[in-house]
Write a protein that binds this ligand. Structure first.
Ligand SMILES: *Cc1c(COP(=O)(O)O)cnc(C)c1O
Length: 400
């Protein structure tokens, strides 16, 4: 085999922010996810515009869909978001520990949760079962607080929330604890299974069910001030699903939530890594495990330190490409845990050059949506799959 001499990775760091210190030792990450906070700000403004009177909830679960929950939350709140939403108790408490004091809702917790820390931190809790109401009332009593709850009803998705036959009982208990001064019903809410198709009978049926839940709540003596049903897609294109508060997740990160439609959202994340090594190889060279890939000509191979543990889906082998100097270079052979090999042809590529896995697409690089297509999944899974050892770095022109 003929190997071309590769230039060593330069010792100087490519950028100051790229370096950090772990236990006093300077470290340089090989791969980074650059988060464009100006894009988050822009997307917040786009999604807050159609939102109802209570505004827009920035859904920052799963580490802000992989972008960093606290950083996204701070930016969104500065540009029009009024609420924060997360899944778990740990995520909610972590945001409070970061100094974020905005209204905050969480919606999943184990049956053993006692809610004392949650109530002390002023976090709202979603409730879809009487048992949790009782635990919350108890915790409010013990901590000398009032539990702010959002009653969740299942309107047809058969996931979270109380089923229709339990609504009356749930609302009656909520009313009872509210009268006792232990609990305040701040919200009534549900989630949509498919807001992408505004004419879908199932979507309209869910909205009708939500109206029925509202009537049942009123009949039980409840008057929740915040009704919320819409996610990004519904908020943008289903006016009758908007109600008081829009819960925006994927749109906030710049992924267009309605296939085939553009609302001018801007993808916020760019994932890139420095090429570690290049080598010139002849035609017929096997690459990576197996191998099940052989070069079809003399070419240059480039080693990129991003693998399936970093969020490059293993099943994209044979379809995926990364961008180097604005040129798409196919992934050669199987995706390894920590690395992929690119077939860069005759491109003048050297160690230290950047390979872009995904980004907004402006410079020809693949987007999260394209990766989703290659992997047979949705962009949400691509973004949340970007691994922990890919260093997050934040860029912004107009935010401090
Ligand atoms: C994740 C999530 C959202 C955000 O939905 P998008 O479609 O990403 O905008 C809203 N509500 C709930 C309950 C969620 O779990």
């Amino acid at each position: 085999m003929v190997f071309r001499m590769s230039r060593a990775v330069p010792h100087h760091a490519p950028s100051v922010e790229f370096n950090a210190s772990i236990g006093g030792r300077a470290v340089t990450a090989m791969a980074e996810a650059v988060v464009d906070l100006d894009a988050i700000a822009h997307n917040t403004r786009v999604l807050a515009a159609p939102a109802g009177p209570a505004g827009m909830m920035a859904v920052v679960k799963a580490g802000g869909f992989g972008h960093g929950a606290a950083e996204v939350a701070r930016t969104a709140l500065r540009h029009g978001a009024t609420w924060l939403g997360v899944t778990s108790v740990d995520e909610a408490l972590a945001l409070r520990a970061e100094g974020l004091s905005a209204p905050l809702l969480l919606w999943l917790y184990p049956p053993t949760e006692t809610f004392e820390a949650v109530l002390s931190a002023g976090i709202d809790v979603s409730v879809g079962a009487v048992a949790a109401l009782e635990v919350l009332a108890d915790a409010a009593d013990r901590t000398g607080t009032i539990a702010n709850v959002h009653l969740k009803v299942d309107t047809g998705m058969s996931r979270g929330g109380a089923p229709l036959e339990e609504w009356a009982q749930l609302f009656a208990w909520a009313r009872k604890f509210e009268s006792a001064g232990l609990l305040r019903v701040r919200g009534l809410w549900s989630h949509l299974a498919n807001a992408e198709n505004p004419e879908s009978p199932a979507l309209l049926a869910q909205i009708r069910e939500f109206e029925a839940a509202r009537q049942t709540a009123t009949a039980a003596g409840l008057a929740p001030p915040i009704l919320h049903l819409a996610n990004s897609a519904a908020g943008l294109q289903v006016p009758q699903a908007r109600y008081d508060l829009l819960r925006a997740g994927i749109g906030l990160y710049g992924i267009e939530p309605v296939p085939g439609k553009s609302y001018g959202l801007r993808p916020a994340m760019t994932v890139r890594a420095q090429i570690l090594l290049t080598k010139r190889v002849p035609a017929g060279t096997g690459v990576s495990y197996g191998p099940d890939f052989f070069t079809d000509r003399e070419t240059t191979l480039a080693l990129v330190p991003l693998g399936f543990a970093d969020g490059v889906p293993r099943q994209t082998g044979g379809r995926a490409s990364l961008s180097v100097h604005g040129v798409r270079c196919p992934v050669a052979g199987r995706v390894s845990m920590d690395q992929v090999v690119l077939d860069v042809g005759d491109l003048p590529v050297r160690a230290g050059d950047w390979a872009v896995m995904l980004g907004p697409g402006d410079l020809g690089e693949p987007t999260a949506a394209e990766w989703a297509e290659w992997a047979g999944t949705n962009p949400h899974e691509i973004l949340t799959g970007i691994g922990a050892r890919v260093r997050r770095r934040y860029e912004s022109r107009d935010t401090p």
